[in-house]
Design a protein. Structure first.
Length: 707
């Protein structure tokens, strides 16, 4: 692991490229040279696969010239030139050309690697409507009887031929790709759908696709949705400058999508050849297919179609980027995976999450025929957001906010700051505000226990802390009984993941918890969004001053007295690590099940000295950077707490709404795990991660992909 930790191929990624060379109509030699120029550039950047447009060696707009023997011969000669050059290129080239098979002509994609043609794939669906007349020149793949036509003579060798070919790249674990051509993806059931079920993790479309108004957006939707349905990466390339403009125009759009997400697309209408790159996460796609059991169900249902596929080995020269010590990831990895970096999307996310929480609480109160809720308000982040959810729920139910019975319960370590903030927040919301000083009842319990603190000793152990946490929750439950109400929990997803919550009658128990699947980094923005959009304030007040002060307060349980009572002394993140980093670890561990080494690799890419992540300047979380030593140290804390120490607490958490695809930790929902498991295998895998990054710049890092 340590040898090539800094190489993206070590962690299940594969760099792919999509090229759009400038072409000339009916000039295969020119087109082959333009294709090879881009292929060499892709190889230099560490790509393992590069795709070019449909009929790229001839140009798509040759029309009846495809019936000219001279042109067909020249296309085969151009292919031979590419095959010869590929002997020293450590990547697979996917090129389009017309191919004669028997008495038919096919629109084909040739897969070239390691000095040979690995296979030839004919187009399955020929458009013959609107501006398209392909059936005039070509035969569809179905015309080649798969029982008798299994190979074709090209570049001096017999090579596999057929629409049902899968190409396996042995040098890159999990990389098995399928090729279809243009119209094939526009039909109700594309060939790539069956190819994905047969094991293809990367789907490639060699297209020409003339441009008309609105078509580019539709292509993107089509490619994105096909990648999502197939749990695959999808590469799409189309013809650009140089194609005939007799009746059509061409924009040269190139796309790479992965499981519904657009990774990169080219600029359109460029005059020159262009190339885009993307690092697709093949290992993630494999994990997703394992996790989504209906993918396996589909394999069984379509077994007869899957049986038609043949696997062809696509051997590459042993000089590829996967052998390098370092190859930096060019893919953007957000520092805050739960929070969109784009402000518009972030506001949309906050609006939706907030309304999910409110709707869930409204349903619970309506079903139970309850009019009141009880909540503990500390003046900190989580209880603030939970109170904001309660306020909006009361508004929706057309009940007075006075029906929110809010209690702040100062203890031995409550700071002046948080107590003031709790009072101001409750006044802002307009709830029924009460204070209960729990110190006396805590002293009684400590005395009953024979605890040293009761004898005047400053012993601030876990018992001292949990007596306070338990006393607060005990009061809340009895207050709910007394007022015919339910207790609203405030603990969040991040705390549940790390076990940072008192078990039993403590701060992770309630009758209903609105925050249980919301991570700390997202709660920060939810509170800010509520303030900015005026969701809660009364009489025209936004409450932004109060909420900004809460956002600026250090996160603390306030259970151990400090030297000053003016501000919190106990800092949560000094014990369990920074939430911004632990939320990153949680996302990739819970949502994808990634190995610790891969999580560390992604964290190093996102949180290193490079400014990879986006975060608004006014956020509570600072623009920090973490070196690999810090990443590894905090990931070790996370792994041990998540896998070994904390599951018993999660096994008994109260009901709570799931709000995002990032997952929840409910034992009735996303996460079912034994309470007495070990963390040994995760920690051992993490041990393979080096302590520091190489001093030299990563070799051959890719240029930034096109926007």
């Amino acid at each position: 692991m340590k040898e090539r930790f800094f190489n993206l191929y070590t962690h299940g990624f594969a760099r792919v490229a999509v090229g759009v060379p400038r072409c000339r109509v009916a000039d295969p030699a020119f087109n082959a040279n333009a294709t090879l120029a881009l292929a060499r550039e892709a190889a230099a950047q560490g790509a393992v696969l590069v795709a070019f447009p449909e009929l790229g060696l001839s140009a798509y707009t040759c029309d009846d010239l495809f019936h000219q023997q001279a042109l067909l011969d020249a296309c085969e000669q151009a292919l031979a030139q590419i095959v010869e050059a590929s002997a020293t290129l450590p990547l697979a080239l996917l090129v389009g050309l017309p191919v004669r098979v028997g008495h038919s002509l096919f629109n084909c994609a040739a897969v070239v690697a390691g000095g040979r043609v690995a296979g030839v794939v004919p187009k399955s669906y020929l458009p013959n409507y609107g501006e398209f007349y392909e059936a005039r020149q070509f035969s569809p793949a179905a015309c080649a009887d798969p029982a008798s036509v299994t190979s074709v003579r090209l570049a001096g060798a017999d090579v596999p031929f057929g629409a049902a070919l899968l190409f396996d790249v042995p040098q890159v674990a999990g990389l098995r790709f399928h090729v279809e051509i243009c119209e094939d993806v526009w039909v109700p059931i594309p060939p790539s759908s069956f190819a994905a079920l047969a094991g293809a993790s990367v789907l490639v479309n060699l297209s020409a696709s003339n441009v008309v108004v609105g078509k580019a957006g539709y292509r993107q939707q089509l490619v994105s949705q096909q990648s999502a349905r197939c749990l695959a990466a999808y590469l799409y390339t189309s013809a650009g400058q140089g194609e005939s403009s007799t009746d059509l125009a061409w924009d040269g759009q190139a796309l790479v999508c992965e499981n519904g997400e657009l990774l990169v697309q080219s600029e359109r209408f460029l005059d020159d050849s262009h190339l885009i790159y993307a690092d697709v996460d093949v290992a993630r796609l494999q994990q997703e297919r394992i996790r989504q059991t209906t993918f396996g169900d589909s394999i069984r249902r379509h077994a007869s179609e899957i049986a038609k596929f043949r696997v062809v080995t696509c051997e590459l020269p042993q000089t590829g980027a996967w052998t390098r010590e370092t190859l930096a990831l060019s893919r953007r990895v957000e520092r805050f995976p739960y929070v969109p970096a784009d402000p518009k999307r972030r506001d949309e996310r906050c609006n939706e999450v907030y309304n999910i929480q409110v709707q869930a609480l409204v349903q619970r109160l309506s079903q139970a025929n309850l009019k009141k809720v009880v909540i503990g308000v500390s003046g900190g982040l989580d209880s603030t957001h939970a109170l904001l959810v309660c306020a909006k729920a009361m508004d929706r139910l057309k009940l007075p906010r006075a029906n929110i019975l809010a209690y702040t319960m100062p203890g031995f370590a409550t700071s002046e700051r948080t107590l003031r903030q709790a009072r101001e927040l409750m006044a802002l919301v307009g709830c029924t505000a009460r204070e209960i000083d729990i110190r006396e009842s805590c002293r009684q319990m400590l005395a009953d226990l024979g605890h040293p603190y009761a004898q005047g000793q400053e012993t601030y152990d876990i018992t001292f802390e949990n007596v306070q946490a338990g006393e607060r929750t005990n009061h809340l439950f009895r207050l709910a009984n007394f007022n015919h109400a339910i207790v609203i929990g405030t603990g969040d997803l991040s705390e549940l993941a790390l076990g940072w919550c008192t078990y039993g009658v403590g701060d992770h128990m309630s009758h209903y918890n609105v925050n249980a699947s919301v991570p700390k980094t997202l709660i920060t923005h939810l509170v800010r969004w509520v303030a900015e959009t005026g969701q809660i304030g009364q009489n025209g007040e936004s409450g932004s001053d109060v909420l900004e002060a809460i956002l600026a307060t250090d996160i603390s349980p306030e259970l151990i007295p400090g030297k000053s009572d003016g501000a919190p002394e106990q800092k949560t993140e000094s014990t369990i690590g920074p939430y911004e980093l632990q939320d990153f670890n949680l996302y990739y561990t819970l949502r994808f099940g990634f190995a610790p080494s891969k999580v560390a690799f992604l964290a190093h890419h996102a949180w290193g000295d490079r400014e990879q992540g986006a975060w608004p300047e006014n956020a509570r979380v600072a623009r920090n950077a973490y070196d690999l030593t810090a990443i590894k140290r905090n990931l070790r804390i996370f792994l041990d707490r998540f896998f070994r120490q904390s599951q018993f607490k999660r096994s008994c958490i109260p009901n709570a709404p799931k709000v995002g695809t990032g997952g929840s930790l409910s034992p009735r929902g996303d996460w079912r795990a034994p309470s007495d498991s070990e963390s040994t295998v995760w920690l051992a895998e993490l041990d393979g991660v080096p302590e520091m990054a190489p001093t030299a710049a990563p070799a051959a890092a890719a240029a930034p992909p096109a926007a």
